[in-house]
Design a protein around this ligand. Structure first.
Ligand code: BES
Ligand code: ZN
Ligand code: ZN
Length: 488
């Protein structure tokens, strides 16, 4: 992870200040740092912004090369006219990526960007992330190793919370990026084990235990694979009162071939990412524990591989879920809802949580509905839906609420069991959510369909191509809204 250090603004004076970025706003010309650097470079900055027509708009960059002996580069990065915290984060990422073949840069702040300076550090870390574990030549790794934020008295508590957030997002991205031959359910469990060091209690349910508990739906999915399934329960508690915990539940299909309802080759290759919901839950618990959030939270992930074999589930099989409800499995590729069905009803029964939020790469249909820029939000509780939507606006993880209701639920009727596991093509994400709703009872619940947002084929400033870590920040922000506000 990129190292962030802090230093006084006077560091600009020394000859060591060879690479500097100034994060600024539309009023950049009035900024103290701008004026100071302009003076040190005999007006090179003013001439450069004039020549480039730099306005300080969001993500706008003005690079000045070798403007004085002490500087090899000064880069101005705009945060716009009305600076939101997220703008400074993006500017931090843009600044970091501007410096190629450099190991250390200083970042100074002018105008309204000063108010959110620490967010630049988070942006730089997230934007510089690369998954290079399997590249033996080391070419893809950025050269930048240290960003020094010139912030006079950084709020250390605020910075350690942001650093915890960065670690959680990176943990989720690393898990999603890991190839499916490496990240079996068992190896996933080992990775989760590292959370113990942060004070997280971990309980692992193996296949015999899940059989005892009646997880017939989850085990049906797992039965075609040589890699045995696991359910992992994580608990982080840092509250005095014994209230109801919050519960986060994640789909962790480590590879989704579709089973006998086999996927075509083209849509199978991305299916190592089908555990992104579980990765987001693990990343969020990591963040909450690392920043010692005042919360009682449970993370539950169902880790299974959906494969084909002589023992695999057939289209037409009927399975009995943990809730006792029977399911006619007409399509083995609609496996995520089978996994979640058992997790949701077990979580509700065992922990009686105050709310449940599940995250799952559940349907291709949500990509048809919303593309890659919003995750689908389904909820049986308006207040929870409002809180999640607001959290997403704050963190840049956009959600769009989708409808639910009895008319959609009818699509799940089965002639021989309590329900079937598919509801046809119309409203495919909605009927998937209706299926889940049958396992949550009256617990306030929200389901996030992240099939379109967990992985990106476009690079964004704070999220390179590939795994996005979507959901980690959202859950962290939800906890801030729900639990920590209540505590004080
Ligand atoms: N894992 C897929 C959904 C998915 C699609 C995730 C694209 C990420 C990107 C899920 O298990 C699935 O296969 N869903 C089926 C459901 C259908 C059979 C009712 C789908 O969306 O086609
Ligand atoms: Zn599937
Ligand atoms: Zn799937």
């Amino acid at each position: 992870m990129l190292h962030i250090s802090f230093g006084p603004e006077d560091d600009l004076q020394g000859a060591s200040a060879s690479c500097v970025a100034v994060l600024t706003d539309a009023g950049f010309a009035e900024g103290a740092v701008f004026r100071r650097l302009d003076g040190m470079t005999q007006g090179a900055l003013s001439r450069a912004v004039e020549a480039a027509g730099f306005k300080g708009d969001r993500q706008e960059v003005c690079s000045v090369l070798a403007p004085a002996v002490a500087f090899s580069r000064i880069v101005l990065v705009g945060c716009g006219a009305e600076v939101r915290p997220g703008d400074v984060e993006v500017a931090g990422a843009v600044a970091a990526r501007t410096f190629k073949s450099v190991t250390r840069v200083m970042v100074a702040f002018d105008g309204a960007a000063r108010d959110h300076a620490l967010r630049a550090g988070l942006g730089a870390i997230l934007g510089q992330y690369r998954f290079t574990k399997y590249q033996t030549k080391g070419e893809a790794a950025p050269t930048l190793t240290e960003v020094s934020l010139l912030v006079e008295y950084p709020d250390r508590a605020e910075w350690s919370a942001l650093e915890a957030l960065a670690r959680g997002v990176i943990e989720a991205r690393d898990l999603v990026s890991e190839p499916p031959n490496v990240l079996s359910p068992e190896v996933f469990v080992e990775r989760i084990g590292a959370l113990r060091e942060l004070g997280v209690e971990i309980e692992v349910l193996d296949a015999p235990k899940m059989r005892d508990l009646g997880f017939g739906a989850l085990l049906g999915v797992a039965q075609g694979s040589d890699n045995a399934p696991r359910t992992v329960l994580m608990r982080y508690r840092n509250t005095a009162e014994q209230g109801a915990p919050l519960a986060f539940v994640g789909k962790g299909v480590t590879f989704d071939s579709g089973g006998y309802s086999l996927k075509p080759a083209g849509s199978m290759e991305e299916m190592k990412t089908d555990m992104a919901g579980a990765a987001a839950v693990v990343g969020a618990i990591h963040t909450l524990a690392a920043r010692k959030a005042k919360v009682d939270v449970i993370g539950v992930v169902g880790l299974v591989e959906n494969m084909v074999s002589g023992g695999a589930m057939r289209p037409g099989d009927v399975v009995t879920s943990h809730s006792g409800q029977t399911i006619e499995v007409l399509n083995t590729d609609a496996e995520g809802r089978l996994v979640l069905a058992d997790l949701l009803s077990y979580t509700r029964e065992r922990f009686a949580p105050a709310l449940m939020v599940d995250l799952a790469t559940l349907t291709g249909a949500i990509v048809v509905s919303l593309g890659y820029h919003h995750a689908g939000l389904f909820a049986n509780d308006d207040a929870l839906a409002v809180d999640l939507t607001a959290a997403g606006l704050e963190t840049g993880e956009a959600l769009w609420r989708m409808p639910m209701g009895p008319d959609y639920d009818k699509a799940l009727r089965s002639p021989i069991a309590d329900m079937k596991n598919i509801g046809g093509r119309p409203g495919g994400s909605i009927t998937a959510a209706q299926f889940l709703a049958r396992f949550v009872g009256d617990t306030p619940w929200a389901h996030l369909d992240i099939a379109g947002t967990a992985w990106s084929s476009d690079a964004k400033p704070t999220s390179p191509k590939g795994a996005t870590g979507f959901g980690v920040r959202l859950l962290d922000a939800l906890v801030r809204r729900r639990e920590e506000r209540a505590v004080g």
